[in-house]
Design a binder for this molecule. Sequence first.
Ligand SMILES: [Zn+2]
Ligand SMILES: [Zn+2]
Length: 352
Amino acid sequence: MKAAVIESFNRLMVVKDISDPELKDDFGAIVRVEANGICRTDWHEWIGDWEWIGLTPELPMVPGHEFCGVVEETGKGVLRYKRGDRVIVPFHMGCNHCNSCQAGQHNICDNFSMAGFHFNGGYGRYVLIPQADINMVKLPDSIPFDAGAALGCRFMTAYHAVVRQGRVRPGQQVAVYGCGGIGLTAVHVAASLGARVIAVDIMDEHLRLAADLGAHDSVNVKTHNPVEAIKELTQGGADVTVDGLGIGETCRNSVMSLRKGGTHVQVGLTTGEERGEVSLPIDMMVAMEITFRGSIGMPRSEYPQLLNHITENRNIDPSRLVTRKINIEEAPQVLRSMTDYQTMGINIINRW
Ligand SMILES: [Zn+2]
Ligand SMILES: [Zn+2]
C-alpha cells in the first residue's frame, strides 16, 4: 500500500509503498482509510516533540490518528463490526482491561496507545485496529467520509472539551484561544449550543473562518491584549475558556480571561518551549474560585450524543471545518507548512 512515512524527525516525510498490515489476533480489524485529517499532533510528532510525555514514536512510522473508513477484515473475536461497515476510529486506543477501560473511559486508558505513534496509522491506506470492538464507532451513512475523519480526533476532542469538561450552556460566554482545527471546532460546537463565542488567534484569516463557524467576536493578539479585550467584550470575563493551542501564553491568558467561578479547559498539549510546564496565577485562581480542567479525546459513551447533535442540529456541520482535500503525495509538504501555521481549518488526505 502507499503511505507517507516519517523516516527521521523534522525531515520531509517520504511517500512510498510498504506492506499492508495483517491481523495479529482475533480481536483486531483492518480498516481501509477513506479520509485522514492532518492534525497538529502529527506535526508535533514529526518535529520530535513530546518525549516528556512518552509520545515519541520509534521510526520509521506512518503517522495518522484522525481517520475514518471501511472495515475490510475482522478477527474471529470481533462481534460488533463486519466487513463493509463505515467506521470512525477514535484516536485513543483502549486496552479493554484496565480500570479506566472497564469504566468506559478509553480516552484515559492506563495502556493508552495511538495509531500513527505506537503502530502505523492513517497516512497509509490500511490500518490495523487493535481491540476493534471498543476502538471503533459506526459512522452514520448521513455523514460523508471527508467530514467523518475529524470525528476521530479534533471534532470529538473539542466536543468533549466544550460539552462535558466545560459544561457550556446556552447564553454563556466562551473564549477560545487558538483557531486551528481544535479551536475552530470548539468555536463551532459552543456556538451551536447557543453560547456567545469569542475567538482568539494571531491570524485574521483564521478569525474570519471562526466567524463563519459561529464566533460572535474575535480578538487578534497581534493588535490587542486578549485578556483586556475579552474582559471588555464580556463585561467582566468569560464563563468558560478553551486553550486549543497549548503554549504558555495561551494557557495563562485563557485562565486570566475568566470571570469569578469560571472554568478553563486545557486541550492543547505544550511544545518544546514549555515541555509540559506552565506557570499560572494560582492566588488569583484561588481567590476567584477558578476551575482548571484537562480534556483529552472523548469516551465512546459520548459518541451517540455527538452524532445526534450533528445529524439533528442544523447549526453544526463537521464538513464546514474541512478546508482542503489532498492526495497522499502532497501530505509531506502540508505537514511541513504547519511549522509556520500555514494550514487553515482541517486538511484531509482522501486520495492515495
Ligand atoms: Zn489529532
Ligand atoms: Zn485500558
